[in-house]
Ligand binder design. Sequence first.
Ligand SMILES: Cc1cc2nc3c(=O)[nH]c(=O)nc-3n(C[C@H](O)[C@H](O)[C@H](O)COP(=O)(O)OP(=O)(O)OC[C@H]3O[C@@H](n4cnc5c(N)ncnc54)[C@H](O)[C@@H]3O)c2cc1C
Length: 442
Amino acid sequence: MDNSIKKVDIIILGAGISGLTLGYHLHKKNRNFLVFDSNKTKGGNILTKISDDYVCENGPNTLLLNNQSIKNLISELDLEKEIIYPNTNNNKRFLIKNGKLIEIPRSIGEFLNSNILSLNAKIRVFIEIFFKKSVRNTSVYEFFKRRFGKEFHDKLIEPFLTGVYAGNSHNMSIKHVLNKIWKMEQEYGSIIIGFIKNKAGNKMPKSFNFKSGLSELTNKIYLKIKDKINFKSRITSISKVGNLYEITINNNTKYQCDKLISTIPAYALSEIIYDNKLAQTLKKVSYCPIHVIHVGLDKEKIKEDINGFGVLTKQSDKKNFLGIIFNSRIFPHVAPKGIDLITVMIGGTRQAELIKLDKELLFNKILKDVRQLISYEGEVLMRNEFTWKRGIPQYDLNHESVISGVENFLIKNKNFHILGNYINGISVSDCVEKAWFLSEKL
Ligand SMILES: Cc1cc2nc3c(=O)[nH]c(=O)nc-3n(C[C@H](O)[C@H](O)[C@H](O)COP(=O)(O)OP(=O)(O)OC[C@H]3O[C@@H](n4cnc5c(N)ncnc54)[C@H](O)[C@@H]3O)c2cc1C
C-alpha cells in the first residue's frame, strides 16, 4: 500500500446527527473510526443560533421522543435535565381561513364543531370506512382524496405536509411519506377503524427541545468523539481498491478503510461515488429549498391570539410563506421578556422561486404578510435569516426505485452502508434510530 495513504477500520462521511450518532455508538464500542465533514462545524441541519438572549433554530425546531434510540441517546448524554417540553397552555395549532387564524381541531368533538370543513366534507370523512384498501401505492393527494374527499386533503392534509416536508402532495408517495397511515389502511382496510383499534390518537409522541436549543444534542455528542472528527474535509471521490474503500479529501489526502458509511445527502454522494448506477439513482432524490426568517416582535403589539405552536398554510391561502412557528409562546425562554420570537418558513416546492428574490425584497414581502395575519404594527426588534438551498429530501412517487437502486448497490458492495434522511425517515429521531441499528450491525 502507498505509505501516503492512511488506513482506518471505519470511515463515516458527514457529521450531521446521523454521522455523529453512529460515531458515538462506535466510540462506546472502542472501534477504530474517523468522521469527515466538509463543513467547519458539526450538526449538519441541526443549527441553533444564540445571540442577545434569543435562541433561534435555523434547522429543526422540535424533535420527537418517538423511539427508544433517541430516548437512550438523551439519557446516556445526561441531557434529560436539559429537555424542555412545549407550554401545554399554548398548544393550539392554526390554519388560515378567510385571511384569519383558525384553530385546528384536536378531538372528534372539536372537529365536528369547527368550521374548517363544510358539512358535506365532514360527512364525507366518515364514509371512509366503506372504501376498499388501495391496490397500489399512490400520491398522498390521490390517497386522501379517494378515502376522505378533496376538501379534507386540501384544507388539512396539504398544510400538515407543508409543515413537515415543504413538498407537493401530488408527487409524494403515501407509502413512504405516511407509512403508518398506509400500513393501517392495508391492515384494516380503513384509517378510521385502524385508529380506533390502535387507539392511535392516544399515542401521540412528545415533542421537545433543549434549554439551549437542539445544537445541545450535537454539541454533547461532539465532546465525546471530537478527536475522531475532521472538519473542512470535503470528500471529493470514493473508489474501491480490492476489498477496501478509498476516499480522497479536498482532492488531496487519501484514506482507506474496511467499512465506509455515507451519511451525506444523496446529491453529494452522487457526485463522488464510483458506481454510475448508484449515482443515477441518487440524482432522482429531489431536495426542496427552505428560507428561514426569525423576527423578534413586541409582544404587547401583537393583537391576534397566537398562543399556540404556529400556523400552516395551503396553496389557496396565497401567502408568501409555508408556515410560522410562534416559538416563544411554546418555549418562553427563547426570547427576552416582553418580546415574541417567531420563525417563518418560506420556499419548499411550492415557493421555490420566491427564495431566488433579493433578500431585502423577500423579507419585506414576508413581513407584510406576517403583520397582516397577526395584526402587528410595531417594530422588528431582531432579525436573523438562513437559507437551505437543498433543505428537505422529497419521498416522491419514484421513491421505490430509489430504495431498490440503493439496496442493489449495497448487496454488491459489502461493508458499504448508507444512512441519512433521504431513506427510511426524515426526522432527527429517525436518523438517530437508523444510526443506532447500524452501529449494532457493524
Ligand atoms: C429547515 C429544516 C427544518 C427541519 N425541521 C425538522 C423538525 O422540526 N424536526 C425533525 O425531526 N427534523 C426536521 N428536519 C429534518 C432533520 O433536521 C434532518 O433530516 C436531519 O437533521 C438530517 O441529518 P443527517 O445527519 O442525516 O444529514 P445532514 O444534517 O444533512 O448532515 C450531512 C452532513 O454531510 C456533510 N457533507 C455533505 N457533503 C459532504 C462531502 N462531500 N464531504 C464531507 N461532508 C459532506 C454536510 O456538511 C453535513 O454536515 C428539518 C430540516 C430542515 C432543513
